[in-house]
Design a protein around this ligand. Structure first.
Ligand code: CUO
Length: 700
């Protein structure tokens, strides 16, 4: 293999089998590293030769690792290898930031690979994977390597544990992966229907949703060197991506006859929602701790991790005060206005809080410390030696109903700021001479009725073989049941009475009624408007028709992107020299793990057909256009609404969520939309069928 191919292979191998020492064979027993003796940890250093020959003899590819000057890892080993790693607390964030910096430093790729291989066996595996993935995605010389789906690396954080016992058995007894049976994963394993929150388990515990959340935080880390943290509008995107999650969750609750999530704005009130996750930490095989119903938050008093409820309340008060006054105060006591353009971005970084916060001392670390308080409520002083609950880990936080209560509280602070800004004026909202005459949707199948959409359950297979450390080689598939919708197309008719011009088509789906069927107020509708798609259109004079597939959404990534890491043309062995086109495609995969899973694009609706307003606006492109400062290719443009573009400016100049991010004075969505020719709405119904369909091999 060429050096380049050797390097790509080496970088891929370091993602596999996170708990195994680096000298074991990987890639289904086909590849192994040639590890310098000095790389072996104390445990294995006396048996080096034996190990190398045991794991290295019958492999197809042996990759030599260059010996390097050994780094001092004392800072990183403060997190034990069996401890859970969680990025919401200061100590872990700081260590991760330092390790990322160390990974970005080597000038050449092969030193980076050797460094990573050396570090891998010495630090906490979750910490390693997080920092390594960030480094691989930010180093220029590793751009061609795909970040594998996190559920493949640490499947235990996503999948109910009994699946693993079956998977190990199947994988060990049946050596040919092609002959292995698919393991069934149960849905609804965390609670019975006695617990009403269980109605939302399919959303909270969806593997694709939780992977997206991990990936988003990987693309937008809060701590680390500037080149990794300082990204265009990252604070605003923190607000917007999480805002959309809350909007989607609340609408999903309405579909299931539940009221919207109640904000967790009183940290001293018992929390009625219990949660018993039943999944195991990948690092220590212990179950993630549960929270009983009625648990109260308590001050956290642990070694290296303390937080008082009073402190969190003080930060929230100061942030509210800053919003009321219209400015924040930086570390030099300088006032920075919270204006229409920069205000939300400043607040996002300050509330999260990321390393870009203008004043950590004054405004604290509100959102992260909320995660921390909640995730240790069951054992705040570690007297029972219990670890964090799911709320403390980005791979698992969205499983717990409390996530949505905490993030609703955070979201309400942002909304308060947005509602104080002036409403958009006619210039901003209108587009003279452009009329959206109609918007409609139709399922892409024969004999379907326009504006009726369908959802159902689907079984899909995912490969959990790569994460079965010390287990069998090769793929082991598990069957996962998730919500799915019937693919549909938009049909948008537009009349342009002017010359050739461009616009941005913005499509949202808005709830009409709450869980009781009562009409929602405009103030609530705009907060729960779900972005479905956004794309640029060229308008020719006269009539224009745009057809767009649901699968092309700017919010989502396809199922294959969420769950498969290799492109089909590269799966054959022996591995051929990849073409440039394949390398480009692979480069996209890396960033493209970020994106809402396509199968969760639509809310579930209900069995009688739940009505929504489909809203379409075409905004004037002169107000939308962003002049990119570099002309590198668009890597993964297909989920840019939530994830931005790699190494580029956020591709829409308007505020995220436009036009629903500001107050709207109209009393209804119809009234709002009727005022502007460039907007239209249509009633659509989403009909849910309680049946399960197996995934076809190909979908459009
Ligand atoms: Cu993504 Cu709280 O930021 O979980």
């Amino acid at each position: 293999m060429s050096n380049q191919n050797n390097d790509i292979k080496a970088l891929e191998l370091l993602f596999q089998r996170p708990l195994e020492p680096v000298f074991t064979s990987r890639d289904n027993g086909k590849a192994a590293f040639d590890v310098p003796d000095t790389f072996l940890t104390e445990r294995y250093s006396g048996v080096g030769v034996e190990l190398q020959s045991r794991f290295g003899d019958d492999v197809d590819v042996r990759i030599p690792l260059r010996d390097i000057t050994k780094p001092n890892l004392d800072f990183a080993t403060q997190i034990g290898r069996k401890e859970n790693f969680y990025i919401f607390i200061d100590k872990h964030k700081r260590i991760a930031g330092q390790l990322i910096k160390m990974f970005l430093e080597p000038k050449d790729r092969s030193t980076f690979i050797s460094l990573a291989a050396y570090v891998k066996d010495r630090v906490n595996p979750m910490l390693f994977q997080y920092c390594y993935a960030i480094a691989v995605s930010h180093r220029k010389d590793t751009a061609m390597v795909a970040i594998p789906p996190i559920a493949e690396i640490f499947p235990a954080n996503f999948v109910e544990p009994s699946v693993f016992r079956d998977a190990r058995t199947e994988g060990s007894l049946i050596t040919n992966p092609g002959d292995r049976m698919t393991i069934d994963m149960s849905q609804n394993f965390t609670a019975s229907d006695r617990e009403e929150e269980q109605r939302l388990a399919y959303f909270r515990e969806d593997i694709g949703i939780n992977m997206h959340h991990w990936h988003w935080h990987l693309v937008y880390p809060g701590e680390g060197p500037d080149e990794v943290v300082r990204k265009d509008r990252r604070g605003e995107l923190f607000y917007y991506m999480h805002h959309q999650i809350i909007a989607r969750y609340n609408v999903e609750r309405f579909c299931n006859g539940l009221p919207r999530a109640r904000l967790l704005n009183n940290l001293r009130e018992a929390i009625p929602q219990g949660y018993f996750p039943k999944i195991l930490s990948s690092l220590n095989n212990r179950t993630f701790p549960a929270r009983i119903a009625g648990q109260s938050l308590r001050n956290v008093e642990r070694v290296d991790n303390t937080i008082e409820i009073t402190e969190v309340e003080r930060w929230a008060d100061r942030i509210h005060q800053a919003i009321d006054q219209g400015y924040v105060v930086d570390r030099n006591n300088k006032q920075i206005p919270l204006d229409e353009v920069r205000g939300i971005d400043i607040l996002g970084d300050l509330i999260e809080a990321s390393a870009l916060t203008v004043n950590r001392q004054l405004y604290g670390n509100l959102h992260n410390m909320g995660h921390n308080l909640i995730s240790l409520a069951h054992d705040p002083d570690a007297r029972f030696r219990e670890d964090i609950s799911v709320m403390g880990d980005v791979t698992t936080a969205m499983r717990d109903p409390i996530f949505y209560r905490w993030h609703s509280f955070i979201d309400q602070i942002f909304t308060k700021f947005k509602d104080l800004l002036p409403a958009y004026d006619n210039n901003q909202l209108g587009f003279n001479g452009v009329s959206v005459d109609s918007v409609a949707v139709q399922i892409r199948a024969k004999g379907t009725t326009p504006n009726i959409l369908a959802t159902y359950w689907q079984n899909s297979d995912i490969d959990i073989g790569a994460g079965l450390d010390f287990g069998p080689n090769g793929a082991v598939f598990a069957k996962y049941t998730h919500l799915q919708y019937a693919p549909f197309s938009y049909d948008i008719r537009v009349t342009n009475s002017g010359a050739n011009r461009r616009g941005t088509c913005r499509i949202f789906i808005c709830p009409k009624t709450d869980e009781r069927g009562a009409a929602l107020r405009m103030a609530d509708i705009k907060n729960m408007a779900i972005e479905l798609d956004k794309f640029t259109v060229n308008l020719k004079p006269g009539s224009n028709t745009f057809n767009r597939k649901s699968s092309e959404s700017s919010v989502t990534i396809p199922f294959e992107r969420s769950f498969r890491r290799t492109i089909p043309s590269m799966q054959q062995q022996p591995r051929q020299q990849p073409t440039q086109a394949e390398l480009d495609e692979l480069a996209q995969f890396r960033f493209c793990g970020c994106g809402w899973p396509d199968h969760m694009l639509l809310p579930k609706g209900n069995a009688t057909g739940m009505e929504f307003d489909l809203y379409c606006m075409i905004s004037d492109y002169t107000g939308d256009e962003v002049k990119q400062t570099n002309d590198s290719p668009n890597i993964c443009g297909d989920a840019d609404s939530f994830c931005g573009l790699k190494d580029k400016l956020y591709p829409d100049k308007r505020a995220m969520g436009f036009p629903f991010d500001r107050q709207i004075t109209s009393t209804s969505l119809g009234e709002f939309s009727n005022q502007y020719s460039n907007m239209a709405i249509t009633t659509v119904k989403i009909l849910f069928s309680n049946k399960t369909i197996n995934r076809q091999k190909t979908r459009d």
